[in-house]
Design a protein around this ligand. Structure first.
Ligand code: NAP
Length: 531
């Protein structure tokens, strides 16, 4: 029976090129982290044969799929978005049960997911994604004539996507990695995260139904369940896979980078991993409203049990009475914070373990209220001085959850010394009054080398999906700092340039053909034009 014939309820099966397949490996069930109750159905893990079947189908689909028009792929992405929106109620019910996240958050994530798909549809229709460049022939140039050279970008091939635990929709089966890869013309094989298999299946159905409705090749999408160290590694090392998108832990991401690099044909892995997102309240900003900043900081810290890659895990500031006021205010807010469930029992355990380690190395400023339910995140705020921080590798590690460390510096010069020692970050946040602009200017220069996004007088949680956004940064925030996993630029991860020299016009792809049949922006002899 094909997926298209299925309706409604969850099957507990994988979807391989439009077919439902029962995994014969270990069966897993999602756990409701708010209650510790198991959710049905069970999902059997797939094996190496399932990986081969999905990747062979993806490779077979790649030829026809990459030759679909931008308009056809845009329509396909819009159809997935419509299907995701249509499944909203079922998605909210299942995803809240599987993640413990509130319904309002999941509802927002459904909208963000369909919005991302529609953004990439608009990118396809606009056309500059082709990267079309034309250097016309100069037959009379001396001493040598110039040939006609035209460049466009083509998709890399089938992409393996690892669903993230902390965004069961927006960074999972039809999330940003999948949307940008499909937009680029790459079939996608998703390894679902075991924390939300039912949500994954519902979204997998939405994509598969869109494939049928849009007439795309069946192998354009598959959804597999399995252990990362087995099925995940098999997927990344499969010769039919040509790139990888991942969001998760540093250890998981680096293991996949190593596996991909060790292949006979190494492939790119775009892994978004670990970031502690430093916040810099500068002197003038603290003088203006230290108490308000402290409260707002804790709002960002505790949102979603702190389970955001952009969670503010570090505050770096010059010591003094205004910083004391900030700490006092933040301490009160943390002490009054209500624990909420974390995504999985494992994530809750590793949060508690991380906080226990910090308790040995830094001063405990405040802890949130004691939890009543299981797997809850009890917020934690620590403080230390810059010398201790600089001497400790432990204190520079990410604790995934609502934990943050305040580093007290002697002066602004020490703030910069601490910054120079930080690892790569997704974000860096500066709070500055007008009187801080000299310090802020120096800091921005330092932070450009450390972070993918620098923001002023706001909070890093909440990533706008648009054309200018960068959700990336130097290692270990990502494995490749040259790009982003959020926003329209993400499509470039799955494309590569090809130059066509003296190719007859009849054989040229439309994007670089004479007369600009697709009416797209092209760089002709260095000038951007739609002519
Ligand atoms: P994770 O353990 O990295 O898992 C993410 C995905 O990668 C899963 O599908 C997992 O499969 C797979 N995987 C993990 N280790 C692997 C390996 N060695 N080889 C191949 N595949 C592997 O992340 P998580 O489950 O989401 O959360 C665990 C921790 O990750 C958190 O406590 C937190 O520290 C961190 N995290 C960070 C971010 C961030 O944005 N910075 C986001 C989410 C999580 P299996 O489940 O089968 O292992």
């Amino acid at each position: 029976m094909t997926t298209a014939e299925r309706t409604g309820t969850l099957t507990g099966q994988m979807i391989i090129a439009g077919e439902y397949v029962t995994g014969t490996g270990r069966a897993i069930q999602a756990v409701n982290p708010a209650t510790d109750k198991l959710l049905t159905p069970a999902y059997g893990h797939g094996d190496a044969a399932d990986v081969e079947r999905a990747t062979a189908a993806a490779w077979q689909a790649f030829g026809p799929y990459r030759n679909t028009t931008s308009a056809d792929r845009a329509h396909f992405l819009d159809t997935i978005a419509d299907n995701v929106d249509a499944a909203r109620d079922e998605l909210v019910e299942r995803a809240t049960a599987e993640t413990g996240l509130p319904a309002a958050r999941i509802t927002g994530e459904v909208g963000r997911t369909s919005g991302q798909l529609r953004l990439f549809a608009s990118v396809l229709r606009e056309g500059s994604w082709h990267g079309a460049r034309i250097d016309p022939a100069l037959p009379d140039r001396t001493p040598l004539p110039r040939p006609d050279i035209r460049q466009r970008r083509i998709p890399l091939g089938p992409v393996a996507v690892f669903g993230a635990s902390n965004f069961p929709l927006a960074f999972s089966v039809a999330g940003g990695d999948t949307a940008s890869a499909l937009a680029a013309g790459c079939p996608v094989v998703v390894k679902a995260h075991d924390a939300h298999p039912g949500t994954s299946e519902l979204v997998g159905k939405a994509i598969t139904a869109a494939i049928v409705a849009s007439g795309m090749p069946a192998g354009t999408f598959s959804l597999l369940y399995g252990a990362g160290s087995e099925l995940g590694v098999a997927l990344v090392t499969d010769p039919n896979i040509k790139a990888v998108g991942f969001t998760g832990s540093r250890s998981g991401g680096t293991a996949l980078v190593r596996a991909a690099a060790a292949r006979p044909e190494p492939i790119p892995v775009y892994a978004e991993m670990s970031s502690i997102n430093p916040v810099y309240p500068l002197a003038g900003a603290l003088r203006a409203d230290a108490a308000g900043l402290g409260r707002a900081f804790v709002g960002s810290l505790t949102m979603g049990s702190g389970q955001f890659c952009t969670n503010p895990g570090l505050v770096i500031a010059v010591d003094g009475p205004d910083l004391d006021t900030f700490i006092e205010s933040a301490s009160q807010a943390v002490s009054g914070s209500t624990p909420t469930p974390m995504l999985t029992p494992n994530i809750a355990r590793s949060y508690t373990g991380g906080v226990d380690e910090f308790e040995k190395a830094a001063t405990v400023v405040a802890r949130g209220e004691r939890p009543e339910g299981p797997n809850a995140c009890r917020a934690a705020l620590f403080a230390t001085d810059a010398d201790t921080f600089l001497a400790s590798t432990e204190l520079q590690q990410e604790i995934f959850g609502a934990s943050s460390l305040i580093v007290k510096c002697r002066d602004q010069q020490q703030v910069r010394e601490v910054t120079a020692k930080l690892e790569g970050q997704l974000t860096a946040t500066v709070h500055a009054a007008d009187t801080d602009h000299d310090d802020a200017a120096e800091l921005v220069g330092d932070l450009e080398l450390k972070a993918g996004r620098i923001l002023f007088n706001g909070w890093p949680t909440g990533v706008e999906v648009g054309h200018a956004m960068v959700h990336g940064g130097p290692y270990p925030s990502t494995s490749d700092s040259r790009t982003t996993s959020v926003g329209s630029l993400a499509i470039e991860r799955f494309l590569r340039p090809v130059a066509y020299q003296d190719v007859p016009d009849a054989l040229r792809p439309a994007a670089i053909a004479d007369g600009n049949p697709e009416h797209i922006w092209r760089r002709i002899d260095g000038e951007l034009t739609r002519d």
